[in-house]
Design a protein around this ligand. Structure first.
Ligand SMILES: Cc1cc2nc3c(=O)[nH]c(=O)nc-3n(C[C@H](O)[C@H](O)[C@H](O)COP(=O)(O)OP(=O)(O)OC[C@H]3O[C@@H](n4cnc5c(N)ncnc54)[C@H](O)[C@@H]3O)c2cc1C
Length: 322
């Protein structure tokens, strides 16, 4: 920690935010919106491309799992994420997401029956397509790197000051909001489990997708129409070692062959990797945990960072900033 950098910052009546992934940036946004005259300082020692958020493929979905179960607080999460996506789109002068839904191709006969019944039971949320696939109508394809960079620029334009260093921990600071992704494990070793994900950006071949599609893997669209994002691995071991890209490319080709038959011919232009943080409890929701009188942490977005970041950022700001 370079203390000289932050010596001049006012501590008593300002807010410190750690982490410029989706979560930390959303916290900085809602803090500045609620307290326009107060100082909000944002800290992250790493470049913007380093976080799990920079690796995210961009699927913003209100459902999860093989049974396509609606996620808890899905409507609220969608509404607030769309609010922030629109703010960033307006700020950048270009839309950072694609609406129209996310298509789920069934893996087997049993999942086909489950999906078909879903579409019959919940016609407001799902449609059954002529190709025998489930369309999750509220699903959104976020152009996540553009969104992340845009959200960072937006909060800076609102007056949030950024420092490329770890957050200082000091009892004199009014309140420190920690949204540090996988680093939460060092602070609270027992509350979360970590899973590394690798995804690849490939140059599109003939097969074209007008909407993102999920099966055993998934294909998501990019702001650049010549690029697709193919994901993802779920690695629970060897997280202390650098990501094994060769293994990941092999696995991602296997996972996506059903929906992208030309997969063996695609040119991989970039591999992205990051570590997802899952809560150990069964609630499938991120957690807000006060860890000291002036420190509160938000973590556990799992694979749903895009669904929950704005909702839980607003909640932590509402509950812990006065
Ligand atoms: C390959 C992959 C694909 C994914 N695809 C999707 C998807 O399609 N849709 C979806 O919703 N989710 C997806 N996810 C999950 C999503 O990326 C995460 O849920 C989300 O990014 C977590 O955001 P975060 O802000 O909590 O953490 P992060 O994005 O990890 O940000 C944490 C930041 O904290 C910083 N930090 C650490 N320690 C400190 C400190 N002491 N002081 C200051 N800063 C610190 C780190 O440098 C980092 O920048 C994907 C994840 C991966 C890995």
């Amino acid at each position: 920690m370079d203390w000289k950098v932050i010596d001049h910052l006012s501590k008593k009546d300002s807010f410190f935010v750690a982490g410029r992934g989706f979560g930390g940036l959303a916290i900085a946004y809602f803090l500045k919106k609620k307290h326009p005259s107060k100082k909000v300082y944002l800290f992250d020692p790493h470049p913007l491309g380093h976080s799990a958020s920079a690796a995210a493929s961009g699927l913003l979905e209100p459902i999860g799992g093989r049974l396509a179960v609606r996620s808890p607080l899905a409507s609220e999460g969608l509404m607030l994420s769309k609010y922030l996506l629109d703010k960033v789109s307006h700020f950048l002068g270009k839309k950072v997401y694609l609406e129209g839904g996310v298509v789920h191709a069934p893996i087997d006969q049993s999942q086909e029956s489950i999906f078909k019944k879903k579409a019959e039971d919940y016609p407001d949320w799902f449609s059954w397509t002529k190709d025998k696939e489930l369309l999750v109508r509220e699903g959104v394809n976020v152009f996540s790197k553009t969104y992340l960079e845009g959200l960072f620029s937006l909060v800076k334009s609102m007056g949030v000051e950024f420092y490329q260093t770890s957050v200082p921990i000091d009892p004199e600071i009014k309140m420190i909001f920690l949204c540090v992704g996988a680093s939460i494990q060092e602070m609270l070793p027992d509350a979360f489990r970590l899973t590394r994900g690798q995804a690849m950006r490939v140059k599109k071949l003939e097969t074209t997708f007008s909407l993102p599609k999920v099966c055993r893997g998934y294909v998501a669209l990019d702001l650049d129409p010549s690029i697709y994002h193919l994901g993802s691995t779920y690695e629970r071991t060897n997280l202390h070692l650098p990501p094994d890209k060769t293994m990941a490319v092999k696995e991602l080709k296997e996972r996506n062959r059903d929906i992208y038959p030309e997969i063996d011919e695609v040119e991989v232009v970039e591999m992205r990797s990051g570590v997802r943080v899952f809560c150990k409890d069964e609630k499938r929701l991120p957690r807000i945990l006060q860890i000291a009188p002036n420190q509160v942490a938000l973590a556990g977005f799992g694979s749903k960072g895009l669904l929950y970041h704005a909702l839980f950022a607003k909640k932590i700001v509402d509950d812990y900033s006065t």
